[in-house]
Design a protein around this ligand. Structure first.
Ligand SMILES: [Zn+2]
Length: 371
């Protein structure tokens, strides 16, 4: 049975597109322009003009990982001025063979549209995409079930464009504990996989994974480790959010915490963008500005998504008590980057520090880890 996270979250009243009302980073030019060099003096004299040269990096989508997912939704990011996006292609709920089919379909779709999208191989491809007005894409995996118990699939996924993978999606698996399960720590298989990820250059991601397993991972890490999309538990008590210990351990590896814009994981504030800014500021105050970024986990509304009655059959993955509606915060989409930047500058942040949060920190991790 195919599980649709979007359907599940929609049932819970979580998916509200907050991006439409937010300012965009684009200059209103044609989407396929090729002359937008980041160093060109073309930025308009608006209060967010300085942002046009900033690298905008969204470290995770919340797409429904199915082969026929409408990837035209990627235009939402490109038109908002986002330069890089990691697309989820599989998670522990689905069979690993479906992940392979998703990868095949997504790679084909992207390769047929080279004027708008660039499937990234090396870090410099991200900068090349920005320079040419394209959206740079890599893939990510949410859970090691995608390996079917075989660490030798790690280099295969890497060659297919997967650049980050988390250990366990909410529930325990062969590699370790999930954040909504009784976590018993990183297993021997999990350690084998992480060593292989380090070898090939795939970023180790601790989101969705249980506390003990994440601490085991970060203790053993030889490369920077990230939380691709997780918020501070101090600001919002939720099983998916992370403790100060976890944030400190991540920073100690040289890694980055990606703040997510999903309403359920945001603290209850006056607006979701303010809540995102609060999470970003909290992580900065705790571990420094070099260790915070953004992984929105946004899913655009899709008319093909009609719901799935079978979702309630998987309470282990989404315990109803943790996802009970209503929660006042709405999801934020790719338009949030500009409003967030303005908010942070208004709070006294320097442009340089804001640029780190918007993209440079995750770029640094990619430069360190990818091969
Ligand atoms: Zn996720």
């Amino acid at each position: 049975m195919q599980i649709s996270r979007r359907s599940f979250l929609a049932q819970m009243g979580l998916l509200v597109a907050a991006s439409e009302a937010l300012p965009s980073l684009t200059r209103g030019g044609t989407p396929t322009n090729t002359a937008a060099s980041p160093s060109a003096p073309a930025a308009p004299s608006t209060s967010t003009g300085w942002l046009h040269d900033a690298l905008i990096w969204d470290n995770h989508t919340g797409f429904d990982p199915v082969p026929d997912y409408d990837l035209e939704h990627l235009e939402d990011w490109r038109k908002a001025g986002v330069n890089y996006l990691s697309i989820d292609v599989g998670y522990d709920v689905i069979d690993w063979t479906k992940t392979i089919k998703n990868l095949g379909a997504y790679i084909t779709w992207l390769e047929q549209r080279p004027d708008r999208f660039l499937l990234v191989r090396r870090v410099d491809d991200v900068l090349e995409a920005k320079k040419t007005g394209r959206l740079a894409i890599t893939f990510d995996l949410e859970g090691m079930n995608a390996l079917n118990g075989d660490a030798s699939l790690v280099p295969l996924y890497y060659r297919l464009g997967v650049r980050q993978m988390l250990t366990a999606y909410n529930k325990n698996n062969l590699a370790g504990g999930g954040c909504h399960d009784k976590d018993t720590g990183l297993t021997a298989f999990g350690r084998e996989v992480i060593a292989e990820m380090n070898r090939v250059g795939m970023v180790v991601d601790c989101s969705h994974t249980g506390y003990r397993t994440t601490m085991d991972i970060m203790e053993a890490a030889t490369h920077p480790v990230i939380f691709s999309h997780s918020n501070p538990k101090t600001l919002r008590t939720h099983g998916r959010n992370i403790t100060d210990d976890q944030i400190r351990a991540c920073a100690k590896t040289g890694g980055v915490v990606g703040v997510t814009g999903l309403g359920y994981f945001l603290p209850d504030r006056a607006s979701p963008t303010i809540a995102v800014a609060d999470c970003v500021t909290y992580v900065r105050d705790l571990v420094g500005v070099d260790h915070v970024g953004l992984g929105l986990d946004y899913t655009p509304p899709d008319p093909k998504d009609t719901g799935d009655a079978g979702l309630a059959a998987f309470p282990d993955y989404w315990p109803p008590a943790d996802y009970a509606a209503p929660w006042p915060m709405k999801d934020v989409g790719p338009g949030v980057f500009a409003e967030l930047a303005t908010l942070l500058v208004g709070r006294g942040w320097s442009h340089g520090d804001v640029r780190k949060v918007l993209g440079e920190n995750f770029l640094r991790v990619a430069r360190t880890v990818w091969k």
